[in-house]
Design a protein around this ligand. Structure first.
Ligand code: 13P
Ligand code: SF4
Length: 312
């Protein structure tokens, strides 16, 4: 393992590569990454890096976003099969029809989408900035929000909007059950419940804090004296525990106790071995059709500009 880590570091240096990792990655990948962050931070880092190669340790749409922002750089992913059930729940041709059926609507898409869906979008959001970006539009703006029905419903509820929502979801966040949550809350009555807005509204109602992975982490770091039940992909516990050494973090239990369903099987496809191979072989490489990229870059840059103005 130590040899592998050294070999990755050596290759990275030789090739002027940067390794980016999402909070849902395996701990050892988070440890070797130059930047670890949520979806927004990874897009921001990609936009500003001067590396020649970006290795995106996350899922496919994160690599696509980096490639669209940096068309002249090589963007690698350790495993091309690392997809996303939420992005898959919104095929571009069906979304295009939905948009066409609703003329006059502004299209806001979650970053968990393919570049082809982003190409149909006016502004991209992540869970860190979705609320503020929606609120930056007039109250009576007609908005289509896709693809996450839970995040969209949550934003509607906190902003009083009535966005038209695409019926998509993430299989990891959807599986948390109220029954199991009530049980674990009863066992840990003083624990603060942190939940990601991709969870169902019934779970969000049981939460004390709802936010993106970065927001949940920030809350825990600001209040290390508390204990936490964490309703999101359990990879985030790595950074939480690292930053709050004395704090107790309890992953929200999967609905089915025989599976590790609170882990994203796509995120976990990336391993140190695959990271080494992809740097060595400069493959698999993310490619995005030039016409799609030219359209998709606009709503992504718009998101980055609004986020910068909002100080996010
Ligand atoms: P954030 O990184 O924006 O919290 O989103 C979580 C997610 O589902 C990434 O796939
Ligand atoms: Fe997609 Fe859900 Fe996995 Fe995030 S956790 S990458 S939304 S499947």
């Amino acid at each position: 393992m130590d040899n592998l880590i050294e070999a990755i570091k050596q290759l990275k240096k030789e090739k002027n590569a940067v390794i980016m990792g999402h909070y849902y990655q395996r701990g050892e990948i988070q440890e070797i990454a130059d930047y670890v962050g949520d979806s927004l931070a990874l897009a921001q880092q990609a936009a500003r890096t001067d590396a020649d190669i970006i290795v995106m340790c996350g899922v496919h749409f994160m690599g696509e976003t980096a490639k669209v922002l940096c068309p002249d750089k090589k963007v690698l992913v350790p495993d091309m099969a690392a997809g996303c059930s939420l992005a898959d729940s919104c095929p571009a041709d069906e979304f295009a029809r939905f948009v066409e059926e609703h003329p006059g609507y502004t299209v806001i898409s979650y970053v968990n989408t393919t570049a082809a869906v982003k190409a149909l979008t006016d502004v991209v959001v992540t869970s860190t900035n979705a609320r503020q970006i929606v609120e930056s539009f007039p109250k009576d703006e007609k908005i289509i929000f896709g693809p996450d029905r839970n995040l969209g419903g949550y934003i509607n509820s906190v902003t009083g909007r009535d966005m038209l929502i695409w019926d998509g979801a993430c299989h990891v966040h959807e599986q948390f059950s109220v029954e199991k949550m009530v049980e674990i809350k009863r066992a840990h009555p003083d624990a603060v419940v942190l939940a990601h807005p991709e969870c169902k509204s019934t779970i969000l109602k049981l939460a004390d804090v709802v936010g993106s992975t970065a927001a949940l982490l920030k809350y825990a770091v600001a209040h290390p004296e508390k204990s936490y039940i964490v309703a999101t992909e359990s990879g985030i516990l790595h950074e939480m525990k690292k930053q709050c050494l004395q704090t107790t973090f309890i992953p929200a239990p999967p609905a089915d106790s025989t599976c590790a369903c609170n882990e994203c099987s796509f995120m976990r496809l990336n391993t140190l071995e695959k990271l080494y191979d992809c740097l060595k072989n400069e493959s698999p490489e993310i490619k995005v059709d030039a016409e799609i990229a030219a359209k998709a870059v606009k709503p992504i840059k718009r998101m980055l500009e609004i986020s910068a103005k909002l100080g996010l």
